[in-house]
Design a protein around this ligand. Structure first.
Ligand code: PEP
Ligand code: MG
Length: 748
């Protein structure tokens, strides 16, 4: 047989055209093995199927025939990557009769994978009408032939000698706002580009200063106008981007730097470019993902200033039909300048998923994809699809794809209408259990967050963000004003303000901390206790700000032991004693701690009488429990939010709190995740704090679920050794309940 093998390979390798080579191979193999049928299937990984390329003995007249990887004996050989030798194929549980192939007449089956560098490229099969057990020699003959064939196929593939049928190629970007849109691409290139401003000097410094001041004033009034325009349309917190711009433009430091640059003789637009780039680079260098992305906000501000410096007319985009808006750099103002009913989706060549423009698109419910590599000229005016879940963009899609995406878009619309209908109502489960839904706030430097009727209060206000956006520690007065605006936004609701949680990946630009292990270092309460001046100033500001509304709770981050808590309470009490003498309206705030360092799981019973509530920070708890850096993409698969140990820890925390009658809330990302939220309610949690975008979805899910069902799921989850099984179990539940639309790729 060895000489036959050599002959076949020799003959086949002489044929130039690979298709003819395969034809020859199947004929020669039938002869060599004395059998009636030989077939070559090649794997199309993208379509997850095996495509028949050549056969002797099966019905195949050039029409496309394919078998899914999951189907039949051929699929089994592909999946197992092992030969399969059966005298009576029809008795095998995986046997499947493919009528289009006319293979009913064949009884015996010997299939072997065609493997090249660990990858199964296809399957080589011989079949025979009479039952026949191919012997060991024959099996190894076919295996050897397949190995030779693999080289021929791999070579032909790299030479581009044939192409397997492909799904339409999608362009990929970063999914920034979920949803699907179908329409015409419209490329906007009217924005003045900061990067295009060249060095230019002036002799008339005074005129340039005036020019700059005028542009600042115009930009400020534009932001006011824009904010007002969007006021009724979207979630209030997101509007804070315009307040952030206003805040930055009013910043004395920025103005001083701009003026100083002009004073050196630079023209105003050149001064703007230099100063804005210095500021944005400062943000870009930060390790914290959120702050890094603020670099883009600063650049957007620069773009706007440039726009007004050039004294251009206010851009007004006029569209007859709604469009998919494509821009080099998406800005919040740009989104604001287009009527919402004309905006199907946005695509930005630059930017990341958490820039304010992305947050704004999410709040407006407009699908957005950022960081896309696109040839702008080639797509302008073309029809396309934007998939905000996966970040895919399809230009001139096939009819089939259009059909699929139209169906998806319809489902989307229905889902959004459905969940938003009762967003303002309090959250109850189907069997009447009240669940408190709180907001995670503090994303913007400005604290002007308007009332969100749909929530029961603020469960987590991250104060560090405004500290990080400054050039120095904000003064007590500045902080008081800022906290006042948050507290008075929710006059009748509880607002939980967390004290400064810097360190880790959030280093202050004006107080760099160099450490080998920053997440295990000088972070959160450890830093503030070492700086009583900063800590006291912040607590005093919070208390003063709450004098009218009396709705303040103080939350302490990164507590790892009782002593830290005792020390923090001493400072809080000291501030309270001082201030309540001056203003009797000031009441003693409720004090709580974050449960995010695993040691606190064990200490809970011993510190319970010192606090009024606890809040579980699942983001850090997962990081510290699994010893996995929450920001490191290399180990992102180890960071499992539904890791069994995390679920068990959460169960333990809930049970301890119930026993101790200690109010507990979850404020990590898990609480706003559709699957996570339901699982947490199943574990017994009744208070969840989340980002605005998840409020309506979570309320809907709760309204349509019984606590009992969730409890059963949670009990089952606690028995699973693998996180993926917990996820699959929840996924199955979502499917069974008709909730699948909530867990499309983008929601995960
Ligand atoms: C957490 O750790 O879960 C949390 C809510 O806080 P942060 O993400 O700000 O660390
Ligand atoms: Mg945390």
């Amino acid at each position: 047989m060895l000489s036959q093998l050599r002959d076949i390979v020799e003959q086949v390798s002489k044929v130039e055209n690979v298709h003819s080579a395969l034809e020859l191979l199947v004929q020669q193999t039938c002869l060599a093995m004395n059998t009636e049928c030989c077939t070559i299937y090649l794997a199309n990984e993208e379509m997850q199927r095996l495509e028949l390329m050549a056969t002797q003995g099966l019905r195949f007249k050039g029409k496309k025939i394919h078998i899914h990887f999951k189907e039949g004996l051929v699929g089994l050989v592909k999946r197992s990557a092992e030969p399969l030798n059966l005298a009576e194929a029809s008795k095998h549980p995986n046997y499947k009769y493919f009528s289009q192939l006319g293979e009913k007449v064949y009884q015996s089956f010997l299939g072997t994978p065609i493997i090249y560098r660990k990858q199964v490229l296809g399957v080589l099969v011989v079949q025979q009408k009479a039952p026949r057990q191919f012997d060991e020699m024959e099996e190894s003959f076919l295996v050897t032939l397949a190995a030779q064939l693999a080289v021929i196929i791999a070579h032909a593939q790299t030479q581009g000698q044939w192409r397997l049928e492909k799904k339409q190629q999608a362009i990929r970007g970063i999914p920034a706002s979920s949803g699907v849109a179908i329409g015409t691409f419209w490329w906007d290139d009217s924005q003045p580009q900061l990067a295009d401003v060249r060095p230019a000097s002036t002799l008339d410094i005074e005129r340039e200063q005036e020019w700059l001041m005028l542009a600042i004033e115009e930009a400020l009034s534009d932001f006011r106008r824009m904010r007002k325009k969007l006021d009724n349309e979207i979630n209030k917190e997101t509007l804070a981007i315009f307040d952030l711009f206003t805040h930055l433009l009013n910043d004395p430091m920025l103005r001083k730097d701009l003026k100083a640059q002009i004073q050196e003789g630079d023209r105003a637009d050149w001064a703007v470019r230099q100063v804005v780039e210095t500021y944005s680079n400062r943000f870009a260098r930060m390790t914290d993902g959120y702050l890094k992305e603020r670099a883009q906000d600063v650049r957007e501000l620069g773009q706007r200033l440039l726009f007004f410096l050039h004294n251009a007319e206010q851009e007004q985009h006029q569209f007859e039909q709604p469009v998919i808006f494509v821009v080099r750099e998406l800005t919040a103002s740009l989104i604001g300048s287009i009527p919402k009913d004309k905006l199907l989706a946005v695509i930005s060549l630059e930017g990341a998923a958490n820039s304010h423009a992305a947050i704004l698109s999410r709040a407006l419910g407009i699908p957005a994809v950022m960081g896309v590599n696109l040839n702008l000229d080639s797509i302008n005016g073309k029809k396309g699809i934007v998939d905000g879940y996966s970040g895919k963009i399809l230009v001139s899609p096939s009819r089939q794809l259009l059909k699929e995406y139209r169906a998806l878009a319809n489902e989307e619309r229905e889902l959004a209408n459905m969940v938003n209908q009762r967003i303002e109502e309090s959250a109850f489960t189907a069997d009447g259990e009240r669940i408190e839904i709180l907001l995670n706030a503090g994303l913007s430097a400005d604290a002007n967050i308007a009332v969100n009727q749909g929530v029961d209060g603020v469960g987590l206000y991250r104060t560090e963000i405004s500290f990080l956006l400054q050039h120095r520690f904000p003064s007590e007065e500045e902080q008081t004003q800022q906290y006042h605006s948050v507290l008075s936004t929710y006059p009748d609701k509880r607002v939980v303000m967390r004290t400064l949680d810097i360190g880790g990946d959030k280093a202050l630009p004006y107080l760099p901390i160099e450490e080998d292990n920053p997440f295990l270092g000088w972070r959160g309460i450890r830093f503030t206790l070492d700086h009583p001046d900063i800590f006291l100033m912040q607590i005093r500001a919070m208390m003063k700000a709450s004098a009218e509304t009396q709705n303040l709770s103080i939350l302490l981050p990164m507590i790892s032991g009782a002593q830290e808590l005792d020390d923090a309470i001493v400072f809080i009490e000291q501030a309270y004693q001082e201030l309540s003498l001056l203003d009797p309206r000031i009441v003693r705030p409720h004090i709580g701690i974050m449960i995010e360092v695993p040691s606190m799981l064990y200490l809970l019973p011993l510190i319970a009488d010192k606090v009024d509530f606890v809040s579980v920070g699942t983001n850090d708890l997962t990081q510290y429990l699994l010893a996995v850096d929450r920001n490191n993409s290399r180990v992102s698969d180890v960071y499992e939010s539904m890791h069994p140990a995390v679920i068990m820890a959460l169960n333990h925390i809930h049970q301890s709190c119930a026993q101790l009658r200690l109010p507990v809330c979850i404020c990590g990302e898990l609480a706003g995740d559709p699957i996570g939220a339901l699982l947490m309610v199943g574990l017994g949690y009744r208070s969840l704090s989340m980002n605005t975008s998840n409020v309506a979805k979570v309320k809907y899910l709760l309204r349509n679920t019984q606590v009992d069902e969730l409890k059963q799921l949670a009990d089952k989850a606690l028995m699973q050794p693998y996180g993926k099984d917990i996820y699959t179990m929840m996924q199955d539940f979502f499917e069974q309940k008709g909730f699948s639309g909530f867990i499309r790729a983008g929601n995960k």
